[in-house]
Design a protein around this ligand. Structure first.
Ligand SMILES: *[C@@H]1O[C@H](CO)[C@@H](O)[C@H](O)[C@H]1NC(C)=O
Ligand SMILES: *[C@@H]1O[C@H](CO)[C@@H](O)[C@H](O)[C@H]1NC(C)=O
Length: 439
């Protein structure tokens, strides 16, 4: 008995200690977790400084930043802020960076730029604002930058009305030939997809009848589009062997409304559909085959294929597609076949998303991915084009952005000597460098 009590007395502290350790482990982990969170926060603004060819770079990319913070070195030539979470550029944000020659703000969430946001940037030559949420910017914003030569503003949901008038006039000045190329209107419908560079400015201040917003981001919040025609009156339904809706050759301009919910094969081939809007097929959850071959598709919204979890086969052949917007294919978990032939694919950096996606979905058998433009790559397979692009890109390798499908960088632009009219062209390295591979 005494022995037992002794044992218990001996064991109790052991259990107690073990328990305490467990607790300590928990709180220790928690503390460490908090410590780590703090560290990340502290390092978040801790950008990387480097120099190359006598120029100073401050690399603050992908750091979840919401603003430019104090305490950054100010004598830098290039400030890289891509892929952060900046929403508003306030007055005088950059006024201490007097030497700045390039400013990369692409892939943020910028929806507003205050009038004096860029004041003090008298040496800036390159400003990258593509892939943001801008709808309107006035010319005054650009006035503090007399040296500006490159301005990228594409992939912003530009609202082409009277407020945009001054910016449009500004980028259309012939000497501003590297300003705002590829930027397109998202609104109003009458101007949807029109290039800012090519807009008839005099039309901007005439009210357009109908203003339907074509949103491009945050597709979860969007309602499914309103549709005119009704599938049941226009198309033939077959139930065997699987529910099948045949809307071939019906002169459809949009995806018809009321597609029966149990349809497994949907044939929309040989119509005249130009655009796929967000959530176009979201109610047809069992869809396994979608045939859009032989339409005039030019644009597919990022959320067009939302909900098509079980889609096996997608035929987009024989359309007018030039590239895919970033994110278009992300909903297609079980895709096995993708037909892409007979489209005028443009082999420039916009095509990289598609290749990137295919690389990460090796089970997808695809056909017909051939460059239609530019001339020098016509007839090449798009994969070969991308390989060439990556293989000849020393600066990209240096900055570790070779596989980034969604943007060009400030280095690329400042090194660019001549820009072609076709689109943001692949950066193929300044000619003064030679790559010598040692084998
Ligand atoms: C899609 O439709 C076209 C034209 O109707 C047809 O030639 C093609 O075979 C169809 N694709 C698939 C995957 O069924
Ligand atoms: C492509 O579509 C057009 C228009 O629908 C059609 O006339 C043509 O035959 C199609 N070509 C191929 C190769 O399917």
């Amino acid at each position: 008995m005494r022995l037992l009590r002794g044992l218990l007395l001996l064991l109790f502290p052991v259990f107690w200690a073990a328990d305490a350790r467990k607790d300590e482990g928990r709180s220790g982990r928690w503390m460490r977790g908090r410590g780590r969170a703090r560290a990340v926060k502290r390092f978040a603004a801790d950008c990387k400084e480097s120099s190359a060819n006598g120029e100073k770079y401050l690399d603050c990319q992908e750091r979840q930043l919401k603003a430019v913070t104090l305490g950054w070195p100010e004598d830098i030539d290039h400030l890289l802020l891509a892929r952060n979470r900046i929403q508003v550029l306030r007055d005088n944000t950059f006024s201490n960076f007097r030497n700045l020659r390039s400013l990369d703000l692409q892939q943020n969430e910028i929806s507003r730029i205050e009038e004096n946001a860029f004041s003090g940037l008298s040496k800036l030559t390159t400003l990258l604002l593509q892939h943001n949420h801008l709808q309107v910017v006035i010319e005054d914003v650009l006035i503090p930058m007399p040296q500006l030569r490159y301005l990228r503003i594409h992939d912003n949901p530009w609202r082409c009305d009277c407020q945009l008038d001054s910016l449009v006039r500004f980028i259309q000045v012939p000497s501003n030939r590297h300003f705002g190329n590829y930027a397109k209107c998202a609104e109003p419908t009458a101007f949807w997809g029109s290039k800012l560079k090519k807009l008839d400015v005099d039309q901007l201040c005439i009210p357009q009848q109908e203003k339907v917003e074509i949103p491009q981001t945050e597709h979860e919040k969007l309602p499914a589009p309103i549709k005119q025609s009704d599938a049941s009156t226009l198309c033939h339904t077959y139930m065997h062997p699987v529910p099948h809706l045949d809307c071939r050759n019906r002169e459809l301009k949009t995806v018809p409304a009321d597609i029966p919910l149990d349809i497994v094969r949907l044939d929309l081939s040989k119509n005249n559909i130009k655009q796929l809007r967000p959530k176009e097929f979201v109610t047809v959850k069992d869809l396994k085959l979608l045939n859009l071959s032989g339409n005039s598709l030019e644009r597919i919204d990022t959320a067009a294929f939302a909900g098509l979890l079980y889609l096996n086969e997608l035929d987009l052949s024989n359309n007018s597609l030039k590239n895919f917007q970033y994110g278009v294919l992300e909903d297609l978990y079980f895709l096995k076949r993708l037909s892409l032939g007979n489209n005028p694919w443009i082999c420039d950096y916009n095509i990289h998303y598609l290749i990137y996606w295919l690389k990460h979905h090796r089970g997808v058998y695809h056909t017909g991915l051939v460059c239609g433009e530019p001339e020098e790559f016509r007839g090449w397979s798009v994969e070969d084009y991308v390989k060439t692009y990556n293989g000849e890109c020393p600066k990209d390798l240096q900055f570790g952005q070779t596989a980034d499908p969604a943007g060009i960088t400030a280095q690329e632009l400042t090194a660019e000597t001549e820009e072609e009219e076709l689109g943001p062209i692949p950066y193929r390295g300044p000619k003064k460098y030679e790559i010598i591979r040692l084998t």
